[in-house]
Design a protein around this ligand. Sequence first.
Ligand code: PEP
Ligand code: MG
Length: 321
Amino acid sequence: REAAAVAAWTGPGATADGRAVDVLANVQDGAGARRAAATGAQGVGLFRTELCFLDADSEPSVAEQARIYGEVFAAFSDRPSGAGTGSKVVLRTLDAGSDKPLKFATAPDEENPALGVRGLRIAWGQPGILDRQLDAVALAAEQTGTSPWVMAPMVATAAEARDFAARVRARGLTAGVMIEVPAAALHAERILREVDFLSIGTNDLAQYTLAADRLSADLAHLNDPWQPALLQLVALTAAAGVAAGKPVGVCGEAAADPLLGAVLAGMGITSLSCAASAVSAVGARLAQVELAACQEAARAAVEADDPAAARAAAREVLLGI
Ligand code: PEP
Ligand code: MG
């Protein structure tokens, strides 16, 4: 029965009692976006643009970048807007550095690259790279007749969010930031005064909250997306979104776990973005649970002492097992 429900799920994302939660896909190129469009995904919640240029020796021209971005925008150009994000594609500006160095953007030989000049921080010293990327996004939007949303990775302060939003809005685009640094989660309310939406990257938010390298197999238990301290920061960020009346999505691995997706919906998260292969299972689970149960499960998970207890509490509330 479970498998049949997953196979049959075609969206749009909503709880059994009708609370809309957009179910979106994470993609890295046009081919991936077209595959995602064949699922029930209403759009793309995370387009990781840095992955387009891992092999590039020099910065691609604005025209070349626009061609690549336009392929992703076009894959969803015929979809109705979702209730949660109101958008079809959320593009993330280059998250270069750390585990994803780019030859034309990243400083070599940093001692601690995960804590170094990565993501939006590259724009401090080289704003031209960000500005040309935003020019390319605006050009691709115009060429495809779409209205993508644009967000920055690795934002730590409201001042950074303000600067980024000004650059994005100057090009007529909708601006948001990722919440993946604990300081940004703690200041979600003031960051939301600067931008139109937030998207929580639970992979990095876990890594930085638990101080545990996300690439270390020995520390995988600390990077568990059910860590109650991580869930507490996610809940704080979601509550800020509810208070501001602005969308707050989750685009890290947490969103690919159907049970956790229901818990996140209970916190007030408005969209879940995950690998295309997980979209149907996440959507099908949401369709089986009521919002009030999701809210109760969210409270229980945050109050749990460890990941296993959080998972067990959510399972009991939502699935009765
Ligand atoms: C995250 O950090 O959760 C995220 C979605 O971004 P990435 O995995 O690309 O760092
Ligand atoms: Mg990240």
